[in-house]
Design a protein around this ligand. Structure first.
Ligand SMILES: [Fe+2]
Length: 319
């Protein structure tokens, strides 16, 4: 059967994509951010997922204010990068996994979560920036390392779904994945956040204490987060901090108790806090166990890349 082996939380700041696309990754401001994902990329190469489910929000690219689905699942064979005002990002078309996506749609909808099914959809920085951060730079003429199933969540027009609804959807997605007969290793991303506000009198708001507490609870006590009302996200994490509810879909798809493989946090990136976490399921066997093991037990030999993966363990980097 298919199984979800790990969850990844990652900010999806558009300026990070622009820095990558314009060759600025070695500039000190951006290197501080990209270097925080080097170990994550090593972990991803070691884990080798067959499919990634990426929970993100569309930023008026695929959907306008005329029509905004609360949850929209991408069931297409491919998802082109959207033109967000200065041309599509120079990244490959994202290949989908229509068979698993359609299976998830059937299972989740029959479990009474009313997803919108998207058989044609462009994807924006909300999805492609976390892909770059975890998979590295991929030339436009190349291929992403695995197929992706996009799950777009409305967090741009009130009311977004509650944290509890997101968490329960994650559980339903896990159930769907585990009822898929093919042996597939799946990872799930929650993207967006962390604290930030991009307009109004509080533009530039960052609340690192809130972010740290969120990451701590996400790792060890997710039920604490499920109860947080929207107004608390808005008040404490800024208007766009509500994106963090999407991380609860990822967390709901994991075991109640997980291994925190890695964490990275830094501020600012374009007036936004950058947060990242990798959480691995413990008990279901498969290659993810060896990946998690290699993250905590250094090997005596091997490439620099493998040694980097071996050192991967919970880290907090603040600036
Ligand atoms: Fe966003």
């Amino acid at each position: 059967m298919a199984r979800i082996v790990a969850g990844i939380g990652s900010s999806h700041v558009p300026a990070i994509g622009a820095a990558l696309d314009n060759g600025k990754t070695e500039e000190p401001y951006w290197k501080r951010i990209f270097s925080g994902f080097e170990k994550s990329q090593a972990w991803m190469r070691d884990t080798k997922p067959d499919v990634a489910i990426i929970v993100y929000n569309d930023h008026a690219s695929a959907f306008s204010v005329e029509m905004i689905p609360t949850f929209a699942l991408g069931c297409a064979a491919e998802f082109p990068p959207a033109d967000e005002g200065w041309g599509p990002r120079p990244v490959p078309v994202v290949e989908g996994h229509p068979a698993l996506a359609s299976h998830i749609a059937q299972s989740v909808i029959l479990d009474e979560f009313d997803l919108t099914i998207c058989n044609k959809m462009e994807v924006d920085h909300g999805m492609t920036v976390p892909m770059n951060l975890l998979f590295g730079k991929v030339e436009k003429s190349g291929h992403w390392p695995c197929p992706v199933i996009p799950l777009a969540v409305n967090v741009v027009m009130y009311p977004p779904p509650t944290g509890h609804r997101c968490f329960m959807l994650g559980r339903a997605i896990r159930k769907a994945v585990e009822s898929y007969p093919e042996d597939l290793k799946v990872v799930i991303f929650g993207t967006g956040g962390l604290s930030h506000q991009i307009s109004g009198p509080r533009a530039g708001l960052i609340n690192s204490k809130w972010d740290k507490n969120f990451l701590d609870s996400l790792s060890g006590n997710p039920q604490k987060l499920v109860k947080i009302p929207h107004i608390d996200y808005m008040r404490e994490a800024g208007a766009e901090g509500i994106e963090m509810v999407m991380w609860l879909i990822m967390r709901g798809a994991l075991d109640e108790k997980v291994d925190e493989v890695y964490r990275f946090y830094t501020v600012p990136a374009s007036n936004t806090a950058v947060g990242h976490i990798i959480l691995a399921n413990r008990g279901r066997g498969g290659a993810h166990k060896s990946a998690a093991k290699s993250a905590t037990k250094p090997k005596r030999s091997g490439s620099k890349l493998k040694r980097a993966a071996a050192r991967v363990k919970t880290e907090r980097i603040s600036s």
